[in-house]
Design a protein around this ligand. Structure first.
Ligand code: K1U
Ligand code: ZN
Length: 173
């Protein structure tokens, strides 16, 4: 397993829809393992493949918050939201591709998602709470959408300018 560098906004790969995963092989398993390691190391509660520059519809997440609870890593391949609740909830979201910036985003409180697991088996589940927020945030990444796209243009521009500055500083020798 290895850590993969996480792309920082703005980057054209974060704005592009990812391609469906077609075959499941050792490479897919390695990608999922690397993404989980990268997510736990960051640390984060989710990661989508485009965030590491891999334009495939694969995401990982683990929203277990309690320190004493066992981890619950999930790998979702080609996920699809089949149902969203009318009830909405607001959560202060962050993003590993937009470090240290947080903003409230309103989304459906519950969603039903269908996906394929690493064994090629069809799965589906209803998510609520932080899991629902996270899976929607990650599926947005697969569609080239960032949480700042839900914000007012002025706030989005302000965050983008900060990220341009951060990337310039990180690139400095
Ligand atoms: O996709 C990502 O960029 C990961 C992102 C997921 C996310 C966070 C909050 C709401 C929705 C989706 C993160 O994991 S940001 C880091 C974070 O939230 C966190 C880090 C350590 C402990 C707990 C949370
Ligand atoms: Zn994100």
């Amino acid at each position: 397993m290895s850590l993969r560098p996480i792309l920082i906004h703005p980057d054209p790969r974060l704005k592009k829809p990812a391609d469906p995963v077609t075959g499941f092989d050792a490479e897919t398993r390695r990608l999922a393992d690397d993404m989980l390691e990268t997510m736990y190391d960051a640390p984060g509660i989710g990661l989508a493949a485009p965030q590491i520059g891999v334009m495939q519809r694969l995401l990982v997440m683990d929203c277990v918050k309690e320190d004493d609870a066992p981890p619950r890593p999930m790998v979702l391949i080609n996920p699809r939201i089949d149902w969203s609740s009318e009830t909405r909830s607001t959560y202060e979201e962050g993003c590993l591709s937009i470090p240290e910036q947080y903003a409230e985003v309103e989304r459906p409180a519950e969603v039903e998602v269908a996906w394929t697991d690493l064994d090629g088996q069809a799965q589906s589940a209803r998510f609520s709470g932080l899991w629902a927020t996270c899976v929607q945030h990650e599926i947005d990444h697969l569609n080239g959408k960032l949480f700042i796209d839900y914000l007012k243009p002025l706030k989005r521009q302000m965050i983008t300018r900060k990220m341009v500055k951060l990337k310039r500083e990180l690139a400095r020798p």
